[in-house]
Ligand binder design. Structure first.
Ligand SMILES: [Zn+2]
Length: 333
């Protein structure tokens, strides 16, 4: 069978990745990366997608019009009308809401069919086909990053829910009347276990003068980085390896809440597998292991014992691989 490639673009809260992916193997043939900051308008946003997509195509030596390129898919943080291929709102844009016909614009530029979805759902599709979801019919994917995102996969397909937001585990209530969440609600998991929440807690303690080796590991300006990226995952891992009490305590706290959230999800869905991904999960073993153990302990005995809780298999590439599969029409939703 002739080779078929998909162009996948992952537009997350802090970075913009593109890759040309072989649709039969999931192999990345060429990739490009940019930092993502909020665009001023739809044209600027589209310009960035074209630029990073073209860079990945160039890297893979696949020119526009190459018959092997069968589609382009985009995963973007925000609200998406998947059926019409329209972006409705995203934190990557300074305007609160838009009506951007993204799929049509992508087809115009790249000359192939295009599709878009929420970035977490896209990453779950990548994991389902070529990552830690392979061999599991039913699983829940949870990504810890700027927020805490989730997606439910059943028989290889996303479970969308009535309005397309099923799997939003980040907004499970884990503390009645608790911390304010980015969505406006209170006590949601995301307000306790996201990288943003971990960073906020650490910077707050440092400001209050709590002693920590973290001070020596941080660059001079750490206050204003978007998406909780002021403290890189690698720095957290280093501080934990050095047994820094503040960082260890903060991670254990986040892991405890993540475990409660996962236990609730396991009780509700009874999944065969839970896949945990995202930069902090990958870098910080303590977070993954503590959350996993807590989830098993707090869940009902039978589903808690049966569920496999594993790390994501594709790392940073989950989003671009899933997006390429979507663009190439290889996955439904
Ligand atoms: Zn929330």
């Amino acid at each position: 069978m002739a080779a078929r490639f998909g162009l996948g673009i992952d537009f997350g809260g802090t970075k913009l990745l593109a890759a040309v992916v072989d649709l039969s193997t999931g192999k990345v043939l060429g990739a490009a990366k940019k930092k993502s900051r909020a665009a001023d308008g739809p044209d600027e946003l589209m310009g960035r997608l074209y630029e990073v997509g073209d860079a990945a195509l160039k890297e893979a030596r696949v020119p526009h019009g190459d018959p092997r390129l069968v589609g382009v898919g985009v995963g973007i943080a925000g609200q998406v009308d998947a059926v019409r291929g329209v972006l409705l709102g995203t934190p990557n844009l300074s305007q609160a809401s838009v009506e951007l016909p993204m799929a049509a614009r992508l087809t115009e530029h790249f000359g192939v069919p295009a599709a878009l979805r929420n970035d977490v759902q896209i990453a779950a599709l990548g994991e389902a086909r070529f990552g830690a979801g392979a061999g599991a019919a039913d699983f829940l994917c949870v990504f810890v990053g700027t927020g805490v995102g989730g997606a439910i996969v059943r028989d290889g397909h996303l479970v969308p829910g009535a309005t397309g937001t099923a799997g939003e585990i980040g907004h499970l209530v884990v503390a009645a009347d608790g911390r304010l969440c980015g969505c406006g609600g209170r006590g949601h998991l995301e307000a306790y276990a996201s990288r943003t929440a971990i960073t906020r807690a650490l910077l707050g303690e440092l400001k209050r003068g709590r002693p920590s080796g973290l001070r020596d590991l941080l660059p001079a300006t750490t206050e204003d980085a978007p998406g909780g990226t002021a403290i890189r995952s690698g720095i957290l891992a280093k501080a934990i390896a050095a047994r820094d009490p503040l960082v260890t305590e903060t991670i254990l706290d986040a892991a405890r809440y993540l475990g409660y959230g996962l236990a609730s999800a396991v009780n509700l869905l009874n999944p065969q597998r839970v896949i945990l991904g995202g930069g902090v999960i990958e870098a910080v073993d303590l977070l993954f292991e503590t959350a996993r153990d807590r989830a098993r302990r707090e869940a009902l005995p039978v589903p808690g014992a049966a569920v496999e809780i594993v790390r994501a298999g594709l790392g940073d590439n989950a989003g671009v691989v899933g997006a390429a599969l979507l663009g190439g029409g290889m996955v439904g939703a």
